[in-house]
Design a protein around this ligand. Structure first.
Ligand SMILES: [Zn+2]
Length: 465
């Protein structure tokens, strides 16, 4: 007999931008079978239905986070991810961290690139119920042509480094795209732009020719697989859109030409400003230099006008957190991009929720199938104490998320067992630079040159995307 659960007495935010309304929701097997009076009626005839009183709670689509690196384990730096991790162990750790996401109300993620491309295994294990976690759509290794990405010279000239693979020339590009699809990639990930340390002051450069990007997209699309690109800067985004890329991460620094290309094709953009917003708001608590907080704030503020124009033109803006780094640890900040969208882009709370649910279903390749509370949708549903339409930040408060359903299955939200540190898993650090002034008086040097590695100037772009 199929399982059935009636969520009664709550208020519904359906994910489409509609104002909250009082309604019961009936989940049968893996789908939402009825909403409102019909749900109550139908449940009356289901003797086996479980009834859950959700008064005082909001029933809404589970949050989808379109930018999570579940294999990185809250790394404080790229070298840690590139050199200290092991394949099977990092997949096991990822499955532990996946449960943190459930407790934060996340029922789906897009993981663009993973070390050892092991996210396909974590995804498959979750899909069949071996471990609990959100739905995962994932890429394998991010493609770069040698130069590219945000790790500068840390990336080897050939082969695989961490979550990146170097591919040169048309044949190699086509072979790698096909290999990844054979392995099980849902998406192909490309670092369209990247940083060369000597030229870092110019920002990220487009590291591929138009023809190369076309080859990636043509090869993937020929096999029915979409392509996503990490893209900062006008040229990168213009070329990515022209190549027919299906999703653009960051999309900062667009000019008129880039905006035109993106708007013409309605290419979804996932700005992922949470990382920067965290540094702006909380960097000082980590001993960060206020000058860098200003720099990051400018990156957000400079993008506001173009992102708002995309939104007004009907281009989907997706919510992503870049969780997987110490600045954005798992389970803490998945709601945060919605707050950034309201504060900086001027979206209202329900519009922002729509981005993280209905629009973000695209990241899972499930547009129109999940992300909305409506009959026939997949039952990826959460129940939250309070009303996120009034205050988005309650979605980040521990304990607010009371029930989580993924594919109709009720997830275990009991406390996770405490985890001890893994030997050799983290980058050793001698910590704060021991200036005489710091040692004797506790004063941190104004330049903070050896302070927290995520917020010092040289590491401005030392986070992947
Ligand atoms: Zn990323």
């Amino acid at each position: 007999m199929a399982s059935a659960t009636l969520l009664e007495g709550g208020s519904v935010i359906d994910g489409t931008g509609t104002a909250p309304f009082a309604a019961a929701v009936l989940i049968e097997s893996d789908v939402i079978a009825a909403v409102g009076q019909a749900a109550t009626e139908r449940a009356r005839h289901l003797q086996h239905a479980t009834r859950i009183d959700v008064s005082g709670m909001t029933v809404m689509p589970g949050l989808i986070d379109a930018h999570v690196h579940l294999s990185f384990d809250d790394a404080a730096s790229n070298p840690e991810v590139f050199h200290l991790r092991r394949n099977a162990l990092s997949a096991l750790v990822a499955s532990y961290n996946a449960r943190k996401l459930l407790r934060a109300g996340v029922t789906g993620i897009l993981d663009p690139d993973s070390i050892f491309e092991n996210m396909v295994d974590v995804r498959d294990a979750i899909d069949v119920g071996i471990v609990e976690g959100p739905r995962i759509a994932c890429g394998c290794y991010a493609l770069i042509p040698g130069l590219g990405g945000t790790a500068g010279r840390m990336i080897s000239d050939t082969g695989i480094t961490g979550y990146v693979t170097v591919v040169q020339g048309k044949d190699a590009i086509m072979a790698e795209v096909r290999r990844q699809i054979k392995v099980g990639a849902d998406w192909i990930k490309v670092h369209v732009s990247g940083i060369a340390p000597r030229y870092a002051h110019l920002g990220e450069m487009c590291s591929w020719s138009q023809e190369e990007l076309n080859t990636i997209c043509e090869t993937a699309h020929d096999l029915g697989v979409p392509v996503m690109g990490h893209s900062r800067g006008a040229t990168s985004t213009t070329r990515a859109a022209r190549a027919g890329m299906d999703l653009i991460f960051h999309g900062t620094g667009m000019d008129e030409a880039a905006l035109e290309e993106v708007i013409k094709r309605r290419t979804p953009v996932c700005p992922t400003l949470t990382f920067q917003a965290n540094i702006v708001d909380f960097g000082h608590q980590l001993g960060g230099d206020p000058a860098f907080a200003k720099l990051f704030e400018r990156e957000i503020v400079d993008s506001v006008e173009s992102l708002r124009r995309l939104h007004d033109a009907g281009v989907p803006l997706l919510c992503g957190s870049e969780s997987g780094f110490s600045m954005v640890p798992y389970g803490h900040w998945h709601y945060r991009e919605m707050e950034v969208f309201t504060r900086y882009l001027g979206l209202d709370n329900l519009q922002a929720i729509r981005c993280a649910t209905q629009e973000n279903a695209f990241a899972l390749k499930m547009s129109g199938k999940t992300g909305v509370i409506a009959v026939g949708m997949k039952a990826d549903v959460i129940c939250v104490a309070g009303d996120p339409a009034q205050d988005l930040t309650i979605l980040g408060e521990p304990g607010r998320v009371r029930h989580v359903f993924v594919d109709g299955r009720k997830m275990d939200l009991s406390d996770l067992p405490a985890r001890k540190p893994l030997e050799g898993w983290r980058m050793p650090s001698m910590g704060q630079q021991l200036t005489r002034d710091f040692a004797l008086n506790g004063n941190v040097a104004a330049t903070a040159s050896h302070g927290n590695p995520q917020i010092k100037g040289g590491d401005l772009h030392d986070h992947p995307g």
